[in-house]
Write a new protein. Structure first.
Ligand SMILES: Cc1cc2nc3c(=O)[nH]c(=O)nc-3n(C[C@H](O)[C@H](O)[C@H](O)COP(=O)(O)OP(=O)(O)OC[C@H]3O[C@@H](n4cnc5c(N)ncnc54)[C@H](O)[C@@H]3O)c2cc1C
Ligand code: SF4
Lengths: 752, 334
């Protein structure tokens, strides 16, 4: 193929935008300014549910200087007052009723930020309060119907074999109930946008976001405009973790409404307190397991009920639920599996996308529960799992046949070797008798599907373009965003490998809906595996065009390639090629039955945590962490390792630190002084290892990786805490207070 | 958006000038040192001075003088980083270097001063919130409101003394020098704090904290233990300072405790001295039996309220454990 010795895949080439970021040249949205630009703020509801009876503009604010937007303005422009997503139930601005605290009601804009802040305080909104549902349990129990007919956004049923008939064949049935809490994404850069809107040009938005085309779709509806009158441009984005998947559509709409009314560019940037209190978080969950096993520890049936709290509006809850549902049964073979899942409504701000997307919740429950089942059948946690790991050719909960090579037992062996697991289990048991500080080691084994669930990718039909420039460079045209995870760099590596030219020769276009095709949202661990593959095919098509036109030999050097690009453009004009998603062969998914090939590929992983629990202060500390995973081919080891380390740290936060305190449906600790995320002083060394097993349909053999590390920490750590203390905990975040309650009960001989 | 309101900024070069400005401007003036406490409070509209007077350029306030033999004076504007790194403080007053090191993070210690730390506003979950938040639940007693959300029947504010250095200063018997246009006065750290979350200092607003006088190190030792959620950043939700002094000479090969103090921070509006703990220790050998009794006394007296991180019960339980740790740390070497 190519004459270039250059094979960047598998090498840690430096981040494309790294230099700009560390030297402060990268422009985030708040660094950008336009002539005449003014500022916008949002006035929000103070009650979780109620009817708006009056809005008044009080105080000594010079109201005539302000641009004021309410729901009425959306009616006046003939737009749709909903954030177009799945069910379209969430208004841009609450009209008559509010369904959660911090719901946007009024927008204000003014050139002076100080006056704006005072003005926000002088908007008086009166309500007739309505009874609100503030917890998942109350919603499930229908204490009040607050959404639709039954408070339910979405349900799924996965049914394999016949669970009801299986109970009789079981030697043992083990039940358990598990809970996870909300979690804030805490990207470094808060949500922010700038909008310019007018009758003539339509709407243009610059902002911090993951999915420009989601924003595009939502603005088309809000402003009742044709596609080409809405333009969305992603600015450098300081992290997302899912928190900038659906939310930017809202803030972008708000800024654009203000801009349309006042005729000037409008910037809205949330501060941390507003970002934390008003935007989406991870869905809290409750999972119930009923598991049938034989006395030699073979799974006979798994009956799983999985409920997530979606908050006040549907937003992305059905998709989060779908991923959570499919991951709830893990990398095990069981002939009979039933998973009943639902996403329910509460009067708290909508929960949304967050790294893992429902999977960490279900996997936490499963991996805790399997330790319980193992104990009940008298096996060690590892031996029990070994007897049930899914093998090549066996079927998952959705009856998907695993065609690729999978070796969970081998991964487990390696992880144990890396951690000295067996030796530590024995030693800790002995040492703990004498010691104030109890040590423990535990693990979780899991899989994570890459790409959209089921037929999602087929519906999306993502497109990626490649464009040759007259300097002989290649520009990748995709809407997939760089949000710190390395999109630009790996796209350049993939293209460079496919073309056999330097990765410096590859440029990645800024995602701008006017210039790049829709390569789908930057979510679901799909960017590398799915979009990366399209990058590969688009540049190969480009090469094919050059070869086909006779300008390039099959065996070319870099300068020949550049020369061929130049000549082609001179002779025939712009050279662009596009590639559209096509499902790998033999992928079948039945949306009604929720059966079939849920994901094209899975990453497989074993995470091991070592903890110490102080029996006097009840503080749990993670002492060591090993993350071992098989993710196909690793494209960029430094970036991949960074993804895993970051995800594990975020997972440790989810497990032991990050506790959203709810007060009347509002996050009470919406600042970083009392929403506690772990610091480097609280995180152990995170040791990251990869097994490589190239995936035939991924670029260079890669699968997805971004969400995976969020799945393992919580169950591994709680399994380790059980090993240390002898007490089994069933919820995260697990605070010292909860450990104290249970440990003192044990000390006083009260059974749990 | 949390922004600083507009204010006038003054930078005096002498003590006399500093106290004159505050005297002239009156109650709308306030001193600032590193600003790590004041500026966030201003952004949240908890404090609303119109004139802010920096104390960072007054040379007398930036010095550390003396030594362990004669006692040390630390100027109020000395940064926490300088204290943490100061050789003499590390040698003669290691407890102060240690407690200062537990404060927040290096970045905040580079800006924050010892004076600002000793005058730190009291803290409460219902108060350390932005304006909208506080308005949302209706303002509390401490600022703009008339109800306490922590103890609704209470006419008093229970916001918590949250400096790591305050319990240590009280335990070792430090003194503070204050100056105003009316002259100077010295006050004991032990008598400087009021058990009231609003009026928490016995300092008039027009008084400048000039320096901190540490007593000579003639035979006492002290330690500090801090409880917080993470290994960095967090304010103490319990801080235990222990101080102990032995009789000269030994009885039956053991030394007898002549003086002892246990001071708890982070659980009440003022630092709490546990007289019962002192009583349990004084006149006895410094062994585990009496240490346990002192820790028990600390546990009984610790009555945290539900207005900081962690639940009350756990913080109360920890008063025993942390007092044990603080005292045992003093028993190690002779
Ligand atoms: C995220 C964060 C974490 C923190 N963690 C901790 C912690 O763990 N432990 C802890 O103890 N503190 C902590 N702090 C509080 C604070 O930063 C420190 O206490 C710091 O030492 C305050 O000093 P400063 O010079 O910045 O005070 P400033 O903010 O400048 O002043 C504080 C107060 O003292 C007054 N003042 C200052 N100097 C004088 C003077 N010479 N005379 C009269 N009045 C004066 C000011 O008017 C103001 O009321 C934290 C703060 C933050 C923001
Ligand atoms: S203790 Fe009461 S009065 Fe004081 S700050 Fe807290 S809520 Fe307000």
């Amino acid at each position: 193929m190519s004459a270039s010795p250059n094979h960047p895949i598998g090498k840690s080439v430096p981040r494309k935008e790294g230099r700009k970021k560390v030297t402060g040249q990268a422009l985030y949205v708040d660094d950008i300014s336009f002539a005449e630009m003014i500022y916008g703020v949002t006035v929000r509801s103070s009650v979780p549910r109620g009817r708006i009876t009056n809005i008044s503009f009080a105080g000594d604010t010079p109201w005539d200087e302000f641009t004021i937007v309410t729901a009425k303005d959306i009616r006046d422009i003939g737009g749709e007052n909903y954030v177009a997503l799945i069910l379209n139930d969430q208004p841009y601005l609450a009209d008559e009723v509010v369904n959660h605290a911090e719901e946007a009601i009024v927008l204000l804009a003014h050139p002076n930020k100080y006056l704006l802040e005072e003005a926000r305080r002088n908007v008086r909104i009166e309500y007739e309060e309505l009874p609100a549902i503030l917890t998942l349990e109350d919603s499930v129990d229908k204490k009040e119907i607050i959404w639709g007919e039954d408070n339910v956004f979405k349900t799924f049923l996965v049914d394999k074999g016949n669970v009801d008939e299986a109970w009789t064949n079981a030697d043992l049935i083990v039940e358990g109930e598990y809970f996870t809490g909300a979690q804030e994404q805490l990207y470094i850069e808060n949500n922010g946008v700038i909008a310019i809107a007018n009758e003539h040009d339509g709407v243009t938005v610059w902002g911090s976001m993951q999915c420009p085309y989601y924003v595009h779709k939502a603005l088309i509806k809000l402003f009742a405009l044709p596609e080409d009158k809405v333009r969305v441009i992603q600015t450098e984005t300081g992290g997302g973790f899912g928190g900038k998947e659906e939310y930017p559509s809202i803030i972008a709409g708000h800024a654009a409404l203000l801009s349309l009314k006042c005729g000037k560019p409008v910037k809205i940037i949330y501060d941390r307190a507003e970002d934390m209190v008003a935007t989406t978080k991870r869905h809290p969950s409750r999972t119930r397991h009923k598991t049938a096993v034989t006395k030699d520890g073979k799974l006979v049936a798994m009956d799983i009920e999985f409920v997530i709290d979606g908050g006040a509006y549907c937003t992305l809850s059905p998709v989060v639920l779908s991923r959570g549902t499919i991951h709830a049964a893990g990398p095990y073979f069981s002939p009979n599996v039933r998973i009943r899942s639902s996403a329910v409504a509460t009067n708290i701000p909508p929960h949304g996308a967050f790294r893992g997307f429902g999977a960490p919740q279900g996997i936490f429950a499963l991996e805790r529960h399997l330790d319980k089942v193992a104990k009940a059948v008298g096996l060690t946690p590892d031996e029990f799992r070994r007897r049930n790991f899914i093998q090549q050719g066996e079927t998952t909960a959705t009856s998907q046949i695993i065609r690729e090579k999978v070796d969970m037992a081998g991964l487990l062996d390696r992880a144990f070797e890396l951690t000295g697991y067996h030796e530590k289990r024995q030693r800790f048991a002995k040492e703990n008798e004498q010691s104030r500080v109890k040590k423990g080691i535990g693990f979780a084994t899991f899989m994570h599907g890459a790409g959209f669930t089921g037929s999602g990718e087929v519906y999306l039909a993502s497109v990626v373009g490649a464009e040759a420039t007259s300097e002989g460079r290649v520009k990748i045209l995709a809407a997939s965003t760089e949000i710190g995870q390395g999109t630009n760099t790996i796209f350049a590596q993939i293209a460079s490998e496919a073309l056999g030219v330097d990765s410096d020769l590859i440029e990645v276009a800024q995602p701008d809906t006017a210039n790049v095709p829709n390569s789908g949202p930057t979510v679901a661990s799909r960017t590398c595996m799915v979009v990366g593959k399209l990058v590969e095919s688009a540049v190969l098509a480009l090469k094919q065009t050059l070869v086909g036109s006779g300008l390039l030999r099959e065996d070319y050097s870099q300068s020949e390639f550049q020369e061929a690009c130049r000549t082609h453009i001179e002779k025939f004009g712009p050279l662009k090629t596009f590639s559209t998603y096509q499902a790998p062969p033999n992928i079948h998914w039945n949306d009604e039955k929720y059966q079939g090939d849920a994901y094209g590929a899975y990453a497989w992983a074993v995470y091991v945590a070592e903890v110490s629990v102080d029996s006097l202060t009840y503080e749990a500390q993670v002492e060591d962490f090993v993350a071992l995973q098989e993710v196909g081919r690793v494209i960029n080891p430094v970036l991949a390792t960074g993804q895993i380390e970051g995800g594990v740290a975020q997972g440790i936060g989810f497990t032991l630190f990050e506790n959203v305190v709810w007060q009347n449906g509002r996050m009470a600790n919406n600042q970083m002084t009392n929403y506690i995320m772990p610091t480097p002083a609280d995180i152990p060394p995170i040791r990251v290892y990869f097994e490589e097993n190239p995936y035939a349909y991924g670029p260079g053999g890669a699968k997805g990786i971004g969400e995976l590390p969020m799945d393992g920490p919580a169950p591994a750590i709680l399994n380790a805490i059980e090993n240390a203390t002898g007490v089994s905990f069933d919820h995260v975040p697990l605070m010292p207070e909860a450990i104290m309650e249970n440990l003192t009960n044990v000390l006083h001989g009260i059974t749990l | 958006m949390m922004r600083l309101p507009k204010f006038e900024y003054r930078v005096p070069r002498t003590i006399a000038e500093a106290v004159k400005i505050v005297g002239d401007v009156g109650p709308t003036a306030q001193f600032v040192a590193g600003g790590t406490d004041l500026y966030p409070n201003m952004k949240r509209r908890q404090q609303t001075p119109r004139t802010v007077i920096s104390v960072m350029r007054v040379p007398e306030l930036n010095q550390i003088t003396g030594d362990g033999k004669s006692g040390v004076r630390i100027g109020a504007s000395v940064t926490l980083t300088d204290i943490v790194e100061h050789p003499l403080i590390n040698r003669d007053y290691p407890v102060i270097a240690y407690a200062a090191r537990t404060i927040s993070t290096p970045i905040l210690r580079n800006m924050g001063t010892i004076g600002g730390n000793l005058l730190l506003d009291t803290r409460c979950n219902y108060y350390d919130q932005n304006y909208e938040w506080r308005k949302g639940i209706n303002f509390c007693l401490k600022k703009d409101g008339d109800v306490c959300w922590v103890a609704p029947g209470s006419s008093k504010c229970w916001a918590v003394q949250s400096s790591d250095l305050v319990p240590v200063m009280v335990a070792i018997g430090a003194k503070f020098r204050l100056a105003s246009t009316l002259g100077e006065r010295m006050i004991d750290a032990a008598g400087f704090y009021n058990d009231d979350g609003i009026d928490y200092l016995k300092k008039r607003p027009d008084e400048l904290l000039v320096d901190i006088h540490l007593p000579p190190t003639n035979g006492w030792r002290a330690s500090y233990q801090k409880l917080r959620r993470r290994g960095a950043f967090d304010f103490p939700v319990l801080g235990v300072a222990a101080y102990i002094k032995f009789e000269n000479g030994r009885a039956n090969g053991e030394r007898t405790v002549r003086d002892a103090k246990i001071v708890l921070g982070g659980i009440a509006p003022s630092p709490i001295q546990i007289a019962e703990a002192s009583a349990a220790l004084i006149g006895h050998a410094f062994d585990d039996e009496y240490i346990q009794a002192a820790a028990e006394a600390a546990y009984v007296k610790a009555r945290p309220l539900d207005n900081t991180d962690f639940v009350m019960n756990w913080r109360k339980q920890m008063a025993r454990q942390y007092t044990l740790r603080a005292l045992r740390a003093l028993a190690v070497s002779d």
